[in-house]
Design a protein. Sequence first.
Length: 297
Amino acid sequence: MGERPVITRQDDEVLVVSVGDVELFTYVHRPSTLAFEGPKPYLHPVRTLAGDVVTAFRPHDHRWHKGVQMTATDVSGENFWGGVTYVRDQGYVALPNVGSMRHEDFTVASAGGEVRIDELLSWFTEAGQHWVHEMRQFTVRDVEESAWTLEFCTTVTNLRSEPLVFGSPTTNGRELAGYTGFFWRGPRSFTEGTVIAADGGSGQEMMGKAARWLAFVGHHDEVDRSSTLLFVDHPDNKGTHWFVRSTPFAAVNPSFAFHDTVELAPGEALVLRYRLVVADGEWDRDQLESYVEAHPW
């Protein structure tokens, strides 16, 4: 494509990265989110190089779903995901436990055809306790003819004097609902899209399974186009299992606590890294495998 990503807007509420006349994403770092929805930064809208939007915002079924977010379902009983909490033997319950992730500071840099944003965040419980220090880094890279990549890294540090235990609805007793962490919600038109995963995996059968990468192909309303989102797990991530749905809505999450809880000792840090490739068109398995092989970690 020849054009490089640049930051085209940065103010007290949002940061926008563009390529040419296409805004690749708007990162809302100080959102006006209702407390029940778990205030936290999010990326929306996210677009392909063709300008097609590949994220949903505040859908009626889960209003705390906002584009692409880094979030956490259960942190020692606190809910940083937003909305209701799954309680063992009770189901989903509205509790006074919905925390927030607050933006503190940015450092941005551009070099070699990449834009890198480093962000400091603080996680507060609903009661106002500062439990987590997060250093988040996301880089726009590999801008090619029909695709671009968001490389995401987060380092989450436990500030408490006791362990933090990260879990999910599945670790609390709900089968195949182990969502937590880096989460994408797709547009309504992506419902019943195609799921393709590494090593021959496909479909919603990938729910709760491990794979080096997983892709979602969806179709757009109004325009005669499709888009592909490729999620690539980092080999150093431990215990990643995929939460993925194509119906009743489109969603992908490489969960770090799907089947088992993750305990973080006082002062200890958890590091997670992923790539999200946003591509024009309907990529098949051969194209996906070739791309992953050509872009190693």
